[in-house]
Design a protein around this ligand. Sequence first.
Ligand SMILES: [Zn+2]
Length: 361
Amino acid sequence: MTAARYFSSDYSQARRRFAEAAAAANASITSYQHPGTGPQGESLSTEVAWLGPEDAERVLLTVSGTHGAEGFCGSGVQTGWFESGLAGEMRDDFAYVAIHAINPHGFAWLRRVTEDNVDLNRNFVDFSTPLPTNDGYDELAAALCPPTWDDATIAETREVIYAYSDAHGADALQAAVSAGQYSHPDGIFYGGKTATWSHRTLKEIFFRHLSSAKAIAVVDYHTGLGPRGHGERICPAFPDSPGLARVQEWYGDDHTCPALGTSSSADIRGFNMIGMEQAAPHAAITPLALEYGTLPMEEVKLALRADNWLHLHGDLESAKGRSIKAQVREAFYQDADDWKQMVWDRAIETQRLALAGLNGG
Ligand SMILES: [Zn+2]
């Protein structure tokens, strides 16, 4: 049997299978109810499964669905970690904690963003101080999110976007589009103006469950960047930080760091690890995002722009709406056995290295 059996085809199935696998492994489960509902009227929640001593000092923490629709990937790994028995093979004094669908609304609706169009991984900024500016995004905002969406508009706006890249370079374009922006609430990669539900819930989970932890190895699962099936170990920490030093120690050179310009990800603002560090200042957090490629970046960006248009101007029930949703799903989840196997193999290798790191720390 292949690892494909761990993966689910929609949010509700993923939540049910995760909870069943966690319960069968004797993990305790806490649910955090989201105020909204899914497209079929289904309830939404974030689940936290805890396996191991409640006061464990060393914790392996996995997170799925930070970017909603990317949740298929991380959910499959979390479910498989329980179902395969690997969770049960951990050291008795370690805890395994899985946060399932931290952005359940995005997962259920096949969106990267939260219910308020916020990119959760741009939302962990200090809202009491002036928010970061992004002149490049401001310049491209109208082209990135046009009021109509058809072949002619796509071609016209592509010219504007390419012209920006020709003038400033491909890296500058990527930063303009995806580093995060706080000026266009209806746009893409919007960081918000306040802490969104998923942000507050992540911190609550840390306060409630992780107050005894002294060392936390985080693996936050993402998709949509890089070569298909490749899992890039991205360390979202600052240069010269203890977290980055531990990532180097545990994972060797097989990692990248956006702040050092070595990653396929732009150097983003307001990522979730900042919130984790704020909520658990007593713990040494070793932060890692595992980012799997799906489709070429151009296609992923096109799917995101189409989805933004759909929710602002389109009709989800129309043929065009359904076609865009299929495009988004494929941009963040490759429903193919070979891709799932690559995801699983790299995830297991990574989580084992994380455990070895915790063991030595
Ligand atoms: Zn992501």
